[in-house]
Design a protein around this ligand. Structure first.
Ligand code: ADP
Ligand code: MG
Length: 446
């Protein structure tokens, strides 16, 4: 046991650490930091107890540098902070060891911090139901929608709620990239039995951004068998993706039908009222108070997705720190003044090329070549169509860029794509998906 003195020393240093963070790194601060307990300050280490394993892993994995900076600044010595957990701290995720970049759950991503609205109600209530009865409510659960709309938040909230009820539940949560890399390494090293054992002996398998599984035949094959094994054993499978199953390019039909066999829920962009509630919730989580007018200003100004809403709060926090910690409309205006409303923003040709080449798996050099094969001609036409729609370049300029073609070629491309979109719903959805990834550049100045 630390002595009384050591404990009270730890407490006073910890208090200063938290004050330092609020003053100089306020976007890092969370309301739940108040639950952390300083234990002792000895041997150059300030030991702090976290309430849960998830908090401990998050603090150690994501916040160590900023806490170390703070404790060094307030003590003037080269010391560090170490986060530990008590005996009954609750479960964490099943892990692979250090060689894979396993996901660290964020204590912020729980149901209590998720705001529901018409945009996400089904996805939210399905997640809650799955967390209550893994393997028995909806299996698989498949959540899809655009970038920054809360898919990862819901997946992590589901995991944390399951662990709260059943700390020993074996949950494997990973990004699709980790699954692919792990699979390829195991194939290379002839470790397939170990791979299968890992994936097939879990209670819940969660894979975020499963759309990255496209065009990898052997990985799809392996995933298909993993899926079946778990499904037949009534183990819960949870997936997220940027598109619904049948619009993920090059996904095998048998996987599409498996994904569609459970509950498929979409998350949409939040409406104004939901954005207001999200800003208020995020401010509270960060321990700051924003006047109602500032909350409304942010919600009006930032309409694209929730991640940007959070970015806006972070920006305002940065400006407020320079203004003696005051959160008012002046601070909000200077922080967000250079955010141009979505309707006035522009996309660059480079962004269009990046999105289209990624989607169709072609190279820019092909698009600019004379090749006329359909696998090249279609992406090239999509580029021309989007460039015309989303940039201010002329038909001549666009034609010139894509392989020295003249303006009639560009007009033809625009007509072809428009017709195609009006008659082929699958193509229309693909086009919409490509457009969805084109995030307009934020202008640098007002
Ligand atoms: P996605 O995985 O869909 O790209 P994330 O889950 O990473 O999006 O969400 C981006 C950010 O927006 C996260 O910080 C998340 O907490 C927040 N967010 C998204 N939707 C909501 C919501 N309905 N309520 C509260 N926060 C949200
Ligand atoms: Mg995500």
């Amino acid at each position: 046991m630390p002595t009384l003195d050591a404990a009270s020393h730890a407490q006073s240093v910890w208090k200063e650490v938290l004050e330092y963070l609020s003053r100089l790194h306020s976007p890092w601060v969370r309301q739940w930091f108040g639950e952390l307990v300083p234990l002792e300050f000895a041997g150059g280490v300030l030991s702090v107890r976290a309430a849960t394993t998830i908090q401990q892993q998050y603090l150690t994995g994501k916040c160590r540098d900023v806490f170390n900076e703070a404790v060094q600044a307030v003590t003037g010595n080269l010391v560090t902070v170490s986060f530990i957990t008590g005996a009954n701290a609750g479960g964490g995720l099943a892990r692979f060891g250090d060689s894979y970049d396993d996901v660290i759950l964020s204590p912020d991503y729980v149901f209590d911090n998720f705001v529901t609205g018409p945009c996400n109600r089904l996805a939210h209530s399905a997640s809650v139901a799955v967390a209550e009865k893994p393997g028995r409510a909806y299996n698989p659960m498949f959540i899809h929608g655009g970038c920054g709309l809360g898919k990862t938040h819901l997946l992590q909230a589901t995991c944390q709620d399951i662990l709260r009820r059943a700390p020993d539940c074996r949950i494997l949560y990973l990004s699709c990239d980790t699954f692919i890399n792990h699979f390829m390494d195991c194939v290379q090293n002839g470790d397939m039995s170990e791979f299968r054992y890992r994936y097939r002996h879990v209670d819940v398998l969660v894979i975020d951004d499963i759309h990255f599984l496209t065009r990898r035949d052997r990985t799809q094959e392996e995933f298909f068998h993993t899926f079946n094994t778990l499904f037949q054993a009534n183990k819960q499978i949870i997936l997220s993706s940027d598109a619904p199953p049948n619009e993920i390019p090059d996904l095998e039909d048998r996987l599409v039908s498996r994904f569609n066999s459970g509950l498929v829920a979409r998350v949409d962009k939040p409406c104004y009222e939901t954005r207001i509630a999200i800003v208020a919730k995020k401010a509270k989580l960060r321990g700051i108070t924003l006047p109602e007018t500032v909350v409304q200003y942010i919600a009006r100004r930032v309409e694209s997705n929730t991640r940007e809403l959070e970015g806006a709060i972070t920006k305002i926090q940065g400006y407020a720190m320079l203004n003696g910690g005051k959160y008012d409309m002046d601070v909000a205006r200077s922080a967000l003044g250079d955010i141009i409303p979505a309707s006035e923003r522009v996309v660059t040709v480079q962004q269009i090329v990046d999105a289209v080449t990624k989607f169709y798996n072609v190279r820019l050099a092909d698009l600019q070549s004379k090749k006329r094969h359909k696998s090249i001609a279609l992406p090239r036409q999509v580029c021309m169509f989007l460039a015309r729609q989303k940039t201010r370049y002329s038909l001549e300029e666009i034609g010139g860029y894509f392989g020295g073609r003249d303006h009639t070629t560009v007009m033809h491309a625009i007509r072809t794509i428009t017709d195609h979109r009006n008659t082929d719903p699958t193509f229309a959805a693909q086009l919409e998906r490509i457009e969805g990834t084109l995030i307009p550049a934020q202008a640098q100045s007002a």
